[in-house]
Design a protein around this ligand. Structure first.
Ligand SMILES: *Cc1c(COP(=O)(O)O)cnc(C)c1O
Length: 452
């Protein structure tokens, strides 16, 4: 065996021996040859054997400008030459200040206080705890629950799972979770109320209002993924739904948490998904795309109103007692600033709109396939829902692993994607060219056609 080949075999063996992969059945993992990535460039990833793949999941929805983007690489290297990390507990650091100022200038007006953490789940935990404590300070001590949606995904920590609504991921942990109220998901293809989008008049909002009418005095906040429920299956909201939710939150005096961890930073064609319907939440959670997909970083941004409720004398104990070791990491903040500059330099949002059109026209074609039940998308998010029977919308049984099988076939053709159950997910880096995107869509169509 060559030195290279024996190194590769040793890596594979060590991966099997030492690593427990997330959201992965490790028995299957151990039985199959793993793909181990060693290098990236643009929208492509190279494995240890030198095979290149198109990164069609944007490295789990985080990558924006491609891998090894010169400007971000250089911003991080320059920051390393100053300092890699110092804490925000009792100290400031330069990149975290500069980034906060920039963020406040581009997010919906009214959101002005930036609380840093380091991943999407923690950004949601922070919002949940802040919302709860806000009401404690306001003297409304009975507000100890939250309103969330079926099919919601807000991360994997216990608080975030409590406000989640995906049975498959969340049900096991039910005994550990805090109590919530759950409103229907605006999943029009499989409407929980059995209605049709053409004449439903957004009846799911009425259901939500019934919950609020009855329980608003015990609800601290309503939490939602604006415009698209991501991990729930790329469920795109019908027009007017998000605005309706925001109005209900205002009407019943509960805080609104917008979890834009997946949809923020241009993914839906606007910088932030709330902009589509002119919504200003009380909390905005951002992570995934914030550093262009380079380093872990998150923010929870809130209003002066919420912030000022925590002000008081030291002895009053109004302090927000929460913080993480790597809060406001300077390298991650430097990457985030460089990423924001690239949005302008590359006129990235305009290009996302064009590519959205490309996906849309491809959807028209792919809808003709025998086992494609629904296609949906917004910006550079797409979902193709596979069904066993198109007429009855009967899903493929879980154990058939249809989504995985399609993705495995795509991998053989040089495209890395990951399904959500029976939904094939389209989530490339925003910088993907139209030629690369066309190739990606072609491979998906072939893979679906061949496997289903
Ligand atoms: C991914 C995701 C999270 C969790 O982020 P992590 O960084 O994986 O903890 C939270 N909310 C939404 C909407 C997400 O897509």
């Amino acid at each position: 065996m060559s030195i290279r080949l024996s190194r590769n075999k040793a890596l594979e063996e060590a991966d099997r021996r030492y690593i427990w992969h997330p959201f992965t059945q490790m028995k299957e993992w151990e039985e199959n040859p793993p793909v181990i990535i060693e290098e990236g460039r643009g929208v492509f990833l190279k494995d240890i054997y030198g095979r290149w793949y198109l990164d069609g999941v944007a490295s789990i929805w985080v990558n924006v400008h491609g891998h090894r983007r010169k400007e971000i690489d250089e911003a991080i290297k320059a920051q390393i030459d100053r300092i890699s990390h110092s804490t925000l507990l009792g100290l400031g650091n330069v990149p975290s200040i500069e980034l906060a100022e920039r963020l406040v200038s581009i997010i919906p007006e009214g959101l002005s206080k930036v609380f840093y953490s380091d991943n999407g789940s923690t950004s949601v935990e922070v919002a949940i705890k802040m919302a709860f404590q806000y009401w404690q300070h306001k003297g409304e001590k009975g507000r100890n629950t939250f309103l969330c949606l079926n099919n919601a995904y807000h991360g994997d920590t216990i608080g975030a799972v409590s406000v989640g609504g995906i049975e498959l991921f969340h049900e096991t942990f039910r005994p550990l979770l805090f109590r919530t109220h759950r409103a229907p998901s605006p999943y029009c293809y499989r409407c929980e109320l059995g209605l049709n989008r053409r004449d439903c008049d957004l009846a799911c909002l009425e259901r939500m209002e019934e919950i609020l009418k009855r329980h608003h005095e015990e609800i601290a906040a309503l939490i939602i993924e604006p415009m698209v429920q991501g991990a729930g299956g790329m469920i795109v909201f019908p027009a007017g739904y998000l605005k309706g939710v925001a109005e209900l939150a205002r009407k019943y005096g509960v805080l609104l948490i917008a979890d834009e961890v997946a949809v923020g930073f241009g993914r839906t064609g606007r910088m932030f998904a709330c902009e589509h319907e002119g919504v200003v939440p009380d909390f905005l959670c951002l992570s995934k795309g914030i550093t262009g997909g380079y380093l872990p970083l998150a923010v929870t941004v809130t209003t002066e109103e919420v912030y000022s409720a925590f002000l008081g004398e030291f002895k009053e104990l109004k302090t927000f007692f929460h913080g993480h070791s790597y809060t406001g990491n300077p390298l991650a903040c430097a990457a985030a600033i460089a990423s924001l500059e690239l949005f302008e330099k590359d006129d990235l949002l305009a290009s996302v709109k064009q590519k959205e059109e490309l996906i849309r026209s491809w959807f028209v074609e792919i809808e003709g396939l025998e086992h494609v039940g629904d296609t949906r998308g917004m910006g550079l998010i797409g979902g193709v829902e596979l069904v066993e029977d198109k007429e009855t919308k009967k899903p493929y049984p879980y154990e058939e692993k249809m989504g995985y099988r399609v993705c495995e076939r795509a991998r053989e053709k040089g495209l890395l994607i990951r399904p959500l159950g029976n939904v094939i997910v389209i989530m490339p880096p925003l910088c993907i060219t139209e030629i690369e995107l066309t190739r990606m869509l072609q491979i998906i169509a072939e893979a679906i056609d061949e496997v289903t």
